[in-house]
Structures are given as structure tokens and as C-alpha cells.
Design a protein around this ligand. Structure first.
Ligand code: ATP
Ligand code: MG
Length: 291
């Protein structure tokens, strides 16, 4: 029997998959989400979300998709891994995702100009005639090649007098920043930029509590004592993936040691083990936002 069933959970509370059901709305995530939704609604074009490894970008994108699913006026797609070898391959893949009629579908040889034209027709049809908000979300955007960035830049150029026809949300690790800065004609088009920072200690406590409740834990007793939260905060520096992985491990050890709570001693023991084995990393990376 898995440890979480022994503890009375219905689901695994600290799974590392980006499940929107376990999405805790931290201040950072909320600001990002609210602003992205406003930008999309106003059809301002390009939003860029940067975040260090494991700060919750993919989870945020899943939550965003869940929000968009409830709205009839959105047509959206997400690219999870934008590694494409050429402009043609990227555009063909996007055309397939959006179910755009294009020469490739008709068995004709790939021609970048024809593909762009099909896209333009599609965006005008959906965005102007049908008044839909066509949205493309790209996760792992730091992997976009220069030619793929060029594809996106061209798509962002399609517009009416008052709005952009394609809404683009890029989520990527911090190196995306350098990439975009080096392309002024792309950088200039960013309407909303945001850096997802790690959680503060109160949010670490709330996120842990939230995930435990979402997993079906009903008792009033706190499993993670405040003294342990302090240790977890210091260890994780507020990075959600670090918190999730650590809490998973802590619960497993709690069961193995026949304990009912995760206290400072248990948390320290696990942290010490990692430090001794050379697996613990330090150096927080926090960036200031202005938006
Ligand atoms: N707001 C949140 N609420 C609850 N859990 C979160 C939140 N953000 C992230 N997590 C958890 O942290 C882990 C890492 O999140 P995620 O995969 O979204 O990070 P990422 O920024 O996309 O990382 P990478 O840069 O490696 O792609 C996941 O297990 C996820 O469940
Ligand atoms: Mg990710």
C-alpha cells in the first residue's frame, strides 16, 4: 500500500506532475495569471513569463489552459517542446495544431510563403470574422531557435488597427531573457513580461497545506509542524519543485519511522543526508518585477 493511502489521502499530495488541481495560487502565480488573462482579453500580442528551473512555469501554463477551456471565445494550443529544425517544420506543426488548411495537408511541397499565407487567412477568419481570440502558449521557450523566433515574430505582425490577431504566451527558463534581449525586434513587441520568483515562507506553509487538503486529508492536525516548515523553506529557498520533492520524501520517512508528524528533527535529518552526499544546491536567484 502506498504511503499516502496509509495516511488517509485519496491521492498523492506531492506528485511532481504539473496537475492544475494541485496548483496553489501564490502571489507570484496570481499576478502572472491575472495579467496574462488581461493581455489575452485585450489582444495585446506577446506575454513572456520567465522563471528559474522548478518555479512553476509548466504548472502555470496548465492552469491557464484550464481557464481558457471554460471560455468559448478562445481558440488555443500549447507547444510543450518547441524544438524544430526549420521554419517550415515549426509552421507545419502549428498549422496542424490549429487545424489550418494548408498546402502541406493537400500533399503539396512545403513552401514557407504559402504556409504563412494560410496562417494569415486563418487568423483573419477566426480573429476578425468570428471574433475569437487565437492563442498560442509555448512552454520551454528557451529552446526556441532563432528561426522559430522569427516564425513567431512574423505571426505577431498580423493585426488589425486595434489588436493583434495571434496572442502568444512564452514561458521559459532564464536564458530566454538573453535570447530575447538579443533580438530587439522581438523584445520590442513584448506587452507583458514577468519573472516568477520563489515563494516566501508563509506561501511555503500554505502551499504544503493546500496540496495536503487537495489530496483528501481531512484531519485538523497539521502533518508538517511549523518548525519543519522553517527548515523546508531554508532548504528549498521557496522553489516549488524542491518543496514538492522534499515533502514527498518527508512523508515517506515519517511513515517508515512510525511518526505522525514531520518535525524539525525529521526535516533536518533528511537535509543533512543530502548535504553530506553533496546533492544540495544553494544560491537563490530572485529578480525584481515591474509590470
Ligand atoms: N503554484 C504551485 N502550486 C503547487 N505546486 C506547484 C506550483 N508551482 C509548481 N508546483 C510544483 O512544482 C513542481 C515544478 O513545477 P513546474 O514543472 O511547473 O516548474 P517549471 O518552472 O516548469 O520547471 P522547469 O523549468 O524545470 O520546466 C511541480 O511538481 C509542481 O507540481
Ligand atoms: Mg516546465
Amino acid at each position: 500500500m502506498s504511503y499516502f493511502k496509509i495516511l488517509g489521502f485519496e491521492k498523492e499530495p506531492f506528485s511532481t506532475s504539473p496537475d492544475p488541481e494541485f496548483f496553489y495560487l501564490s502571489k507570484e502565480h496570481e499576478r502572472a495569471m491575472t495579467n496574462i488573462l488581461i493581455e489575452l482579453r485585450l489582444r495585446r500580442g506577446l506575454s513572456v513569463i520567465l522563471g528559474d528551473i522548478g518555479t512553476g512555469k509548466t504548472t502555470l501554463s496548465r492552469k491557464l489552459i484550464q481557464e481558457l477551456k471554460d471560455r468559448d471565445d478562445f481558440i488555443f494550443n500549447i507547444v510543450l517542446d518547441p524544438t524544430f529544425e526549420s521554419e517550415e517544420l515549426f509552421l507545419t506543426s502549428l498549422a496542424r495544431d490549429f487545424e489550418i488548411n494548408n498546402p502541406v495537408l493537400e500533399g503539396k511541397p512545403v513552401n514557407i510563403l504559402d504556409l504563412r499565407e494560410s496562417f494569415e487567412r486563418f487568423l483573419f477568419q477566426k480573429g476578425v470574422t468570428e471574433n475569437k481570440i487565437v492563442t498560442l502558449i509555448v512552454d520551454e521557450a528557451q529552446k526556441l531557435s532563432e528561426s522559430s523566433m522569427e516564425v513567431l515574430r512574423v505571426l505577431l505582425n498580423y493585426e488589425t488597427n486595434s489588436y493583434k490577431l495571434l496572442q502568444l504566451v512564452l514561458l521559459g527558463q532564464l536564458e530566454l531573457h538573453a535570447k530575447i534581449i538579443s533580438m530587439p525586434n522581438f523584445f520590442d513587441r513584448i506587452s507583458f513580461k514577468y519573472t516568477l520568483n520563489p515563494l516566501d515562507i508563509d506561501e511555503v506553509r500554505e502551499m504544503i497545506e493546500f496540496r495536503i487538503r487537495q489530496a483528501g486529508y481531512k484531519s485538523n492536525m497539521h502533518i508538517f509542524l511549523d518548525e519543519a516548515i522553517k527548515e523546508i523553506y531554508q532548504y528549498s529557498r521557496g522553489y516549488p519543485r524542491q518543496i514538492t520533492m522534499f515533502c514527498h520524501k518527508a512523508l515517506k520517512h515519517m511513515v517508515l519511522q512510525n511518526k505522525f508528524v514531520v518535525d524539525a528533527a525529521l526535516a533536518k535529518e533528511l537535509i543533512d543526508d543530502e548535504v553530506k552526499s553533496g546533492w544540495h544546491k544553494t544560491n537563490p536567484l530572485v529578480q525584481k518585477n515591474s509590470y
